[in-house]
Design a binder for this molecule. Sequence first.
Ligand code: GLN
Length: 549
Amino acid sequence: MTSYVFITGGVVSSLGKGITSACLGAILEARGLKISMIKLDPYINVDPGTMSPFQHGEVFVTHDGTETDLDLGHYERFVRTAKGGRHSNFTTGRIYETVIRKERRGDYLGATVQVIPHITDEIKRSVEKGAGDADICLVEIGGTVGDIESLPFLEAIRQMGVELGHDRVVYVHLTLVPYISTASEIKTKPTQHSVKELRSIGIQPDILVCRSEQPLPLEQRKKIALFTNVQQKAVISAYDADDLYKIPGMMHEQGLDEIVARQLGLDLPPADLSEWDAIVEAKQNPSSEVDIAMVGKYMDLKDSYMSLVEALQHGGIHTRTRVNIHFIESRHIELQGTECLRGMDGIVVPGGFGDRGIEGKIETVRFARENGVPYLGICLGMQVAVIEAARNLAGLKGAMSTEFNKDTPHPVVALITEWQTGSGQVEQRDEASHLGGTMRLGAQPVTLAKGSLAAQSYGATQIEERHRHRYEVNNNYRARLEKAGLRFSGTSVDDLVEMVEIPGHPWFLASQFHPEFTSNPRDGHPLFTGFITAARHHHEGVLPKVREA
Ligand code: GLN
């Protein structure tokens, strides 16, 4: 029988509710429990796949190809048993879509369809389905208590508390406890008000997680407990940590997992957090460091590359390397040239849509290739590597992806329908219209060529990785590109290009898939470990072993 922990947030947004939920999942998992995790998002979009990274950060893709909120990425990185998918992320839009479909089908037998009970029932059904067979399902409710949008979700979780009882449901509320420097005072009032708001809709939190800059003094804990009707020991101080991976330990030390276990009547073995301790230790004691340039669009919006940034850090953890990431706008390279790439130990071109800065990305690849700087290309980063090789190695002038120039003389990257028919018929599209049903999404098997850098990195010739793209390398150009020096070292079941590399270059590897979605701090990921190792060699001036051509 699954128990539930509901996590709500108050006072302000961006308090790190996703991380807090993931860390609570991690410490409960460390006590031997099977955990599932769900995110409920109060916006009307049916899924985050269509949302601008400006507003919403990265779209995280799960194994089954669902485009989800980036918090699902935190869950998978922190909790091994929580495998996200279609049933782990629900938006208001998706709930309404289901209810309206049912109404059209006549499922409600002519009843007046209302927020309570029809929407709330659908929310409860979705949560129960998403919980699966886990011992504990953690459900994070997006938004801030007091928002109009989140009310149906809060009402649904209130009802679940009544229906399942106090020994199967725990309410955790995350708030901000600000420090007002002019008065030199820590202020508990916003937390009091936020809990008051929550109680006015019928939810009494069992646990408060209070975000603050410094550890919360006992006096403030007492005050918060008194005013919010929460036990003092259940007022947890989540003070700013210099390292994300210290948070599970910080929460465990304050007994968060034990409070949950007690309330749910679970008798559990002690938490084994040794893996998290090892990560923190490795991060604090690097034996070298590397400078990595990440060249793309939205470089001032780090959230749009959340999983990639994390995965690079995981590569650092597993090689004891401090990874300094330099975010460079590809437009900058177009205007100022590649000078800013000098001194870098590795270069990454991440995934992306739209043509802004595309020439800068192509120039970046050229710089990495010609100067023997380790290169990791991801999705669009692989496509630009193919374009660069086509132009500068194979001499195919004007080679391009039809995503950016539908009239290119050499469509080395194009929609499958374009390169299979050779019709050159390209529909008009704008930046946002990559959206829709034609994306290749989710985990798919990839075969790696024996003896390739790809196979060597993975230590396998059969792998599975997640996709999110529409365009493919044009197979009609493969022979010519191969002759010019590009190796197609990974292919899909239907013979689409999945990985390319350049034999003879110290480390040049690019993938059509997104390896960052399957990297986590404890296990790392072979591509990122390999890339950071190569960058380290570059940094230390170790002569690159020239790979056989
Ligand atoms: N825009 C490219 C495509 O749709 C690459 C997508 C990506 O990098 N995720 O194929």
